[in-house]
Design a protein around this ligand. Structure first.
Ligand code: HEC
Length: 176
């Protein structure tokens, strides 16, 4: 029995050592697309810090890689969940979402935070849970942003300024 247990641990150790050489591809594109999102949604420096420390790793194209993220099996677990997280909600692609999609993502964003489903579980073992103040700040920002993105600037602006806005909205539409 004892030798069986010993063999089991030797095999486990070997698997762990070998898996260190099977490095998953990194998610390390530029931060520019995140800056575009932050500017478009008027993220305050407070909210930015919370998103950066708790969400961007899995929901942007630009993950941070501290040493513990480079160690298997953490690295493999992360790579899989980054892919899945980005499929559902990719902040780096914010500008390519339609207004309806943006609104729907923010609705889900509020829901996930309320139900304490995000950040995903084992990730919080290392990174820590969101405090209730942080959750409130995120929800407040998401609610305000939902209202802002649905506002039609043309209706609320005086005529003299509307020409430049029309040009802007044409530009935005042609990108989509
Ligand atoms: C360790 C990776 C990871 C972290 C960190 C993380 N998420 Fe997620 N997120 C996922 C995965 C995987 C999914 C898809 C599966 C699911 O819903 O559980 C997801 C789904 C979501 C969705 C649902 C989108 C949809 O269309 O259904 C939202 C919204 C979301 N996350 C927001 C957040 C926010 C806000 C944070 C930070 C507070 C965060 N996530 C942190 C991995 C992560």
């Amino acid at each position: 029995m004892l030798t069986k247990i010993k063999n089991f641990f030797i095999v486990l150790l070997l698997v762990l050592v070998i898996s260190q050489f099977l490095r998953p591809e990194k998610n390390e594109a530029s931060y520019d697309s995140i800056t575009a999102f932050e500017e478009a949604t008027l993220v305050s420096s407070d909210v930015k810090t919370i998103l950066e420390n708790n969400c961007y790793d899995c929901h942007t194209n630009s993950t941070r890689y501290p040493l513990h993220m480079e160690v298997s099996p953490v690295s493999h677990w992360m790579a899989y969940h980054i892919e899945e997280g980005k499929e559902h909600f990719n902040i780096s692609e914010w500008e390519s979402y339609t207004i309806e999609e943006k609104d729907h993502k923010l609705e889900e964003f509020i829901e996930e935070i309320r139900m304490m489903k995000m950040p995903l579980k084992p990730y919080t073992w290392i990174n820590g849970e969101l405090s209730s103040q942080d959750r409130e700040k995120l929800i407040k920002w998401a609610k305000e942003t939902r209202i802002k993105i649905k506002e039609k600037p043309l209706d609320s602006l005086p005529k003299a300024e509307s020409d430049t806005i029309v040009v802007d909205s044409v530009k935005v539409d042609s990108i989509k």
